[in-house]
Design a binder for this molecule. Structure first.
Ligand code: HSE
Length: 310
């Protein structure tokens, strides 16, 4: 195989209670990438469409992730990467993660899969480090593995993939403002109280139990963030109103998607999810704030190969 075209999915990180340790993969929100072998060693970003991002390999998240993989590989080949961005940077839907995960996935395929998708998470995290200054895996892991991903440990890296209950869908609304992950991280307190931690880890356990047992009510009860949401929600226009209306319309739970400003809701069944999405839009219509809305099932596959050429 000489060339591969991919769908690199968007992701929702944190899922309220799981700051830096939980995320899910979206199905119809994502970028496209073309990766091809070249005789010239190294990695070149040859095209970026849809975003104003650096072409210099070391300054590009896809480039940085690809270089991290190649440093651990013995190949003499080089690679060219074309990126067709659809996920906006600073949206909270894993834009940088999609590029980083897509790059390492594509190169790994072209090399004949020397690494497992779980092993690729480490390389993709090096792209995230460039984007936000922190090597969190809660976007790149679900992008690479699909479904829900839990980062059980960062050192050593231990990622657990959890299949989504069949009837779980996400609505994600992106108010058209940009919020940099590094800024949204800089406002967080470095220490938390034992009381808050107890609430938070109870909910993480509850969410995981709910996912494994298809207990939608338990999933809903567990989508609560005691620590991060109170600090970050003030950066997001009408957050409380959108959350309240979405819950009233039947959402199981609502929270900040990644580091924001997007807001996600999880619901049971597509009809309820559409209803929730509509009400979220209405809240932003009321204040004349432009937005993008996405309704998606949970993508259990992760990155998808669209076509390949030999
Ligand atoms: N866990 C990260 C954060 C996700 O909330 O800062 C960023 O997309």
């Amino acid at each position: 195989m000489n060339e591969i075209k991919l769908f690199a999915p968007g992701t929702i990180a944190n899922l309220s209670c799981g700051f830096d340790v939980l995320g899910l993969c979206l199905d119809n929100v994502g970028d496209e990438m073309i990766i091809r072998k070249s005789k010239q060693k190294g990695v070149r970003i040859t095209k970026i469409v849809g975003a104003n991002l650096p072409l210099e390999t070391e300054k590009n998240v896809a480039g940085a992730a690809a270089l991290a993989l190649l440093e651990n590989s013995e190949t003499d080949l080089g690679f060219e990467i074309e990126i067709y961005k659809k996920i906006k940077a600073g949206s909270g839907i894993g834009s940088s993660a999609a590029s980083a995960a897509g790059a390492v996935f594509g190169i790994n395929e072209l090399l004949g899969r020397p690494f497992s998708n779980k092993e690729l998470v480490y390389f993709a995290m090096q792209g995230e480090k460039l984007a936000s200054g922190s090597t969190h895996a809660d976007n790149v892991a679900p992008a690479l593995l699909g479904g829900f991903a839990l980062v059980r440990s960062y050192n050593p890296l231990d990622i657990i993939k959890i299949k989504s209950p069949d009837h779980l869908f996400a609505s994600v609304i992106h108010p058209q403002i940009e919020l940099k992950t590094s800024d949204a991280r800089s406002i967080l307190k470095k220490n938390i109280s034992l009381k808050s931690a107890i609430v938070q880890w109870g909910n993480v356990g509850g969410l995981i139990a709910g996912l494994y047992t298809n207990d939608y009510e338990l999933i809903g009860r567990s989508l609560h963030d005691e620590i991060i949401e109170p600090a970050r929600s003030i950066l997001i226009p009408a957050f409380d109103l959108v959350k309240k209306s979405a819950l009233k319309s039947g959402a199981l739970g609502v929270g900040i998607s990644g580091s924001g400003p997007s807001i996600f809701a999880l619901s049971k069944g597509e009809d309820t999810t559409q209803k929730v999405a509509k009400i979220m839009c209405e809240e932003y219509d009321k204040i004349d704030l432009p937005y993008e809305i996405h309704v998606s099932k949970i993508n259990d596959e992760g990155i998808k190969v669209l076509n390949s050429k030999s």
